[in-house]
Design a protein around this ligand. Sequence first.
Ligand SMILES: *Cc1c(COP(=O)(O)O)cnc(C)c1O
Length: 397
Amino acid sequence: METYTTPTDQGYYGEFGGAFIPEMLYPNVEELRRKYLYIMSDPSFRDEFVALLNDYVGRPTPLYLAQRLSSEHGVNIYLKREDLCHTGAHKINNTIGQILLAQRLGKKRIIAETGAGQHGVATATVCALMNMECIVYMGKKDIERQAPNVARMKMLGAKVVPALSGSQTLKDATNEAIRDWINNPVDTHYIIGSVVGPHPYPDMVARFQSVISEEIRWQLKEHTGKEFPHYVIACVGGGSNAAGAFYHFLDETKVKLVAVEAAGHGIKTGMSAATTQLGKPGVLHGSKSLVMQTEDGQVVEPHSISAGLDYPGIGPLHANLFKSGRAQFLSATDSEALAAAFDLAKLEGIIPALETAHALAALNQMRFTPGETVVICLSGRGDKDLAAYMKAMDEKV
Ligand SMILES: *Cc1c(COP(=O)(O)O)cnc(C)c1O
């Protein structure tokens, strides 16, 4: 049977995926490819992963019927509260999984790259927890822009190394991390923060995040008597919270899946991060996917008000969902996302992350039949975005 969840042995989802890596990285990636499924299916791994998700991260996260938001849209809207996870977003589900995997591979040293610093903080957190050395590569420009997260990482014991090349942002940090991994193949594990990178990362990260939809199914059944909603909506940067929220519904084609990208100032303005609308097939960060690029294949610098969606690609699982039509891809602009964040705060008393606000904004573009059930992945909380929210309030008055 055709499946949308699991890639081929070579890591392909339809035409997308694979492992396009420098020769010198081959042993590292190959070791991971040979062992990840074996380790993840080991009962002692499962037990430790589940125990940490429950007692440390705070799972299961609630599935909350948002009454006032629901009546606004004439439909039953449930919020999957990943914002209540330790460190404030879904990213920690993945870093917990990968640190346990790294331990079982006998690794002593963890490296990661980060843009806004959210994945860096989630990685530094689990390294502190497991007493592992942690090095986070971050563009010099991002270090200046994201001072609170840099402080968090340092307080958690991580070493934050500035990437000085290129535009001094995420892609340069990624290059530095890859260089480090090539130089330290034996004792180091590279924790990638989304469903991107060479095979097996997209599959591995999707499996760690799939706990989100596993919980949604039984929680929805408790709430409504039915485990399948009509819609699942999630925002997409690289695509890990969406992969987690979609995972156990991917092959249930009666469940409609909606992925929401960042349109930035607008898709046609040249200041956007709507990869499926603007991208073409290409190789980025080790896998074949859709990539925002110029005619001659140079990666285009994306723009979004939310740092977590400001990425010029999308995971291969999602590229396949787009190409096959299994998921619908919408986009929301910076200002639509801001408006949706203020709506949720006033209607439900929940301040969402700016990334998540894009998923909420999509509600205004959709038509529902009364009585339908909609689940939105509330990927993170908005504390980190207060400066942007304050600026928006100032501009209004
Ligand atoms: C990082 C982040 C995202 C985007 O990453 P995905 O891999 O697409 O999930 C979305 N929401 C929040 C709160 C984030 O921190």
